[in-house]
Design a protein around this ligand. Structure first.
Ligand SMILES: [Zn+2]
Ligand SMILES: [Zn+2]
Length: 203
């Protein structure tokens, strides 16, 4: 399933889909510490470029490129750059936010590629109670799979950017009982309770 997904995005309309990671800190063109495979770029070497496909800065790990095993280039997206729907870019990869209509209600953030929704995260956050809950993370699998590219990771980072973990107690709703869901949450560094939602009375 994983490999099939990888193949389907490597062809046709989405022929240049490379992995995406949240940019850390401000200035999205900065070089991160490690590549997705864990090579320290300060030692292995890195190159900066621009993805016209995503309309985002990209980074190439020179070790991965020289070894030739899998994609050596990935893009960086700033998780705090979130557009309202009426101002969303029509080109490239962008986060589009739909805030809840009331405090503690469920809002969502979409990750759009050339206006197409490729994934979304649903969340509830309550400022007075300092609680925030991710109720759903979904990345499209059909007709074209966008899984295994880091989109889910970017969506979770975008959710966290709306309610900083330094002030909010984060948690997630109960996970779907699938190995994919467990693998996803086990692979990302989520600063909260996974699978045990800490709702407040406003939610
Ligand atoms: Zn590498
Ligand atoms: Zn509350």
């Amino acid at each position: 399933m994983i490999d099939r997904g990888g193949l389907s995005v490597s062809q046709g309309e989405f022929g240049h889909a490379v992995p995406v990671r949240p940019a850390v800190g401000s200035g999205s063109a900065q070089v991160p510490r490690c590549c997705p495979r864990g090579h320290q770029l300060r030692i292995g070497g890195a190159g900066n470029g621009w993805s016209h496909f995503y309309d985002l800065p990209d980074v190439t790990c020179r070790v991965c490129a020289a070894l030739g095993n899998g994609p050596a280039t990935w893009c960086l997206i700033n998780p705090t750059s979130q557009y309202p729907a009426d101002a969303a870019p029509v080109r490239g990869l962008a986060l589009v936010v739909f805030p809840p209509s009331r405090r503690g209600g469920i809002g969502r953030i979409e990750l759009r590629l050339n206006t197409r929704v490729t994934g979304e995260v649903h969340l509830a956050a309550c400022g007075p109670c300092r609680r925030a809950v991710i109720t759903r993370v979904e990345v499209a699998e059909a007709p074209v799979s966008f899984r295994r590219l880091g989109y889910g990771r970017v969506l979770v980072a975008a959710a966290l950017a709306r309610a900083p973990a330094t002030r909010y107690r984060w948690s997630t709703a109960a996970l779907p009982d699938t190995v994919e869901a467990r693998a996803f949450w086990a692979a990302i560094d989520f600063p909260g309770e996974v699978g045990r939602p800490g709702y407040c009375s406003d939610m």
